[in-house]
Design a protein around this ligand. Structure first.
Ligand SMILES: Nc1ncnc2c1ncn2[C@@H]1O[C@H](COP(=O)(O)OP(=O)(O)OP(=O)(O)O)[C@@H](O)[C@H]1O
Ligand SMILES: [Mg+2]
Length: 614
């Protein structure tokens, strides 16, 4: 499975590092965190005091009646009998009023604590997720070109959608449960210690075993979560491909193959999810069993005459109620483990991404507009990870304002050269200068402002025609400018014929337009940018000869005064260029005007004859 090689290495970050890093995202919201903490503290106090109320009630009903009984050490009863001096024999009347009243008050206390705790922790969690997601997306926008070459796009998409959602689960649900239930556990255990510390310690004998189970199960959860995550990347990848290339899938009988790939990924996901469910389903009963064991032990000791002697019936019941009540928070805590571990596995992956370096941008030079002189000296380039160099020792000078054509067989390295000019890849060997300054010395933004690139498969966005032309930094161009650019790209004629003209929304990748129409919109975008360097990489390949000829004439005025690089296979496209460079297998094999190259009779002449002999 393709994406499995992109599994984050286990143990890249320790748990502690992960928690700390996640918490650092919560830091700006510490006030809400505190409010939530206070809310849940109230809530757990409510839980304990409701158990404690049992003691007040039961001991008042007992033969001795009330606080005077030996070992009646409940918090509420101590408090009640200190505040209120009960007349002899008035116990029952007193508790008849006090217990229902306390019950109501405590319930209100517990409920408002629950509300504050739950709401404020969600506030922290939702903000945290929003920050994390935006940071991740931002990181993606600044990632180096290699990053997109190396990773399956499905994995990258699923990281922003699925993985972030997993972290969301962890920080909303798990954080809430952990905060609330551990406060309850602390309060209950504290209360039990207060009532009878010996009995309580006896009960706590099982604590290390519970911890062990929780840790072991947690480790399993993390392992399966990592795999589930990777399989979601593959699921997203296959889905994206099948949707994007739906025509090819049908025409080439690919339905079965796509379905197979999808089923494999989904099945892997199913198996890992089941393993996770198995561990999850097993963990809780084991913990419950341990608790029952502890409770049984406790009962046996608690009912021994020695213990009963200094323990009122009410206190004993209150103690047992507290012990039984421990079951629920412990169950919840162990149950939320799977969510937590899934979130941590996702956070691990997200942090690994966030720790990747951005696109290199060490240049400082900021210029308004370059003249457009390109100097190439001994340039060689190998795609990182590839064996063979793609460009070998290329040297050429292109003067400002010149129109230069790059021709050569497919795979010769023409597009690679344009990508190097835009600094999409690490600096090549040799030197590449713009206006006599190495490309790396420019600030990246500044460099890219100088270049209008129509790449070979220039994609369009799912947006209006208008926004596709006046895209990004071109957003504040005037109506006239946009129309003029569309006109120069010979696009105005068909745009005006679209149902909503410039306001027509294009499908993804320019759906609803013909290939040649799409190319003309991409050219209009480049013209509107009005940059000193214009690069057209097979930008008119989809047009018929007559339309291309017309477009070339329209472009002639655009090319004037700027350096233009035209890449084309159809040589009629490049005949008019000031100079033609012929690339073959990464080497510059010839340069000159159309007439000169024909006269030389080399590769160019061969290509030309082949084109026109038909
Ligand atoms: N991202 C990449 N990673 C590794 N190798 C690549 C990458 N892109 C292109 N190549 C390789 O570099 C070589 C040159 O590719 P390039 O796209 O520059 O050719 P081209 O001259 O533009 O061809 P065409 O006329 O078909 O567009 C090819 O052999 C290709 O396999
Ligand atoms: Mg190319």
């Amino acid at each position: 499975m393709g994406s499995r090689d992109y599994l984050p290495r286990a143990g890249r970050y320790s748990d502690w590092q992960l928690y700390r890093r996640l918490l650092s995202y919560a830091a700006p919201y510490w006030l809400f965190f505190l409010l939530s903490f206070a809310g849940y503290a109230l809530y757990s106090a409510g839980v304990v005091l409701l158990a404690d109320l049992m003691q007040l009630l039961l001991d008042a009903l007992g033969p001795e009646g009330g606080a005077q009984g030996a070992g009646a050490t409940g918090i509420l009863s101590t408090l009640a009998y200190t505040v209120y001096e009960v007349p002899p024999g008035g116990q029952l009347e007193f508790v008849r009023v006090a217990v229902p009243l306390a019950l109501l008050l405590l319930t209100v206390l517990r409920a408002s604590g629950f509300f504050a705790g739950a709401y404020f922790i969600s506030l922290v969690a939702r903000n945290l997720i929003h920050d994390l997601r935006c940071q991740l997306f931002d990181k993606m926008l600044r990632a180096p070109g290699l990053y997109f070459d190396r990773h399956s796009h499905g994995v990258l998409v699923s990281r922003v959608t699925f993985n972030v959602e997993q972290v969301t689960g962890a920080v909303t649900k798990a954080l809430k449960t952990i905060l609330r239930e551990s406060l309850v556990v602390v309060a209950l255990v504290g209360y039990m210690l207060y009532l009878n510390w010996r009995l309580c310690l006896l009960f706590l004998v099982v604590a290390p075993f519970i911890t062990l189970v929780v840790t072991l199960v947690g480790r399993l959860f993390r392992r399966y979560s990592r795999r589930i995550q990777a399989s979601m990347g593959e699921v997203t990848q296959v889905t994206g491909e099948s949707v994007g290339a739906w025509r090819e899938v049908r025409m080439f009988g690919g339905r079965q193959r796509q379905a197979q790939r999808f089923a494999t990924a989904s099945d892997y996901n199913r198996r890992q999810s089941l393993k996770l469910a198995f561990a999850e389903a097993l963990g809780t009963p084991v913990i419950q069993g341990l608790l029952a064991l502890a409770l049984a032990l406790l009962l046996w000791f608690a009912l021994s005459p020695a213990v009963l002697a200094d323990f009122s019936a009410g206190s004993l019941v209150a103690f047992l109620v507290a012990a039984v009540q421990l079951g629920k928070p412990l169950r919840q805590l162990s149950g939320v483990q799977s969510v937590l571990q899934r979130g941590l596995a996702a956070a691990e992956d997200i942090f690994a991404q966030l720790d990747q370096p951005d696109e290199a941008d060490a240049g400082e030079l900021e210029v308004d507009r370059v003249a457009g002189n390109i100097t190439v000296r001994g340039l060689s380039f190998t795609y990182p990870g590839a064996q063979q160099p793609v460009l070998h020792d290329i040297s050429v000078d292109i003067a400002a304002g010149e129109t230069v054509a790059l021709v050569g067989p497919s795979g010769a390295g023409k597009s690679t050269l344009t990508r190097l000019l835009a600094r999409f890849y690490p600096a090549p060997a040799g030197s590449l200068l713009l206006d006599g300054v190495p490309l790396e010395d420019y600030r990246l933004d500044c460099l890219r402002r100088q270049i209008a690139l129509v790449s070979q498969d220039a994609p369009l966005f799912r947006d209006t025609v208008w926004n596709n032309i006046a895209y990004g930094g071109l957003g504040d161009c005037t109506r006239e400018q946009v129309r003029a650019a569309a006109e120069s790209a010979c696009a105005l004629e068909f745009i005006d014929a679209l149902p909503q003209g410039f306001d027509t929304v294009l499908g993804e990748g320019g759906g609803g337009l013909s290939g040649g129409q799409r190319q003309r919109i991409a050219i209009a975008r480049a013209i509107l940018k009005d940059a000193p360097l214009l690069i057209l990489d097979e930008a008119t390949s989809a047009l018929d000869n007559a339309s291309e000829h017309r477009l070339q004439q329209a472009l002639a005025s655009v090319m004037r005064g700027r350096t233009t690089l035209v890449i084309a296979h159809r040589l009629s496209t490049v005949e008019q260029a000031d100079r033609i460079l012929v690339l073959d297998q990464g080497r510059l094999v010839a340069a000159g005007s159309h007439a000169q190259l024909l006269a030389q009779g080399g590769l160019y002449a061969q290509l030309y004859q082949r084109e026109f002999s038909a």
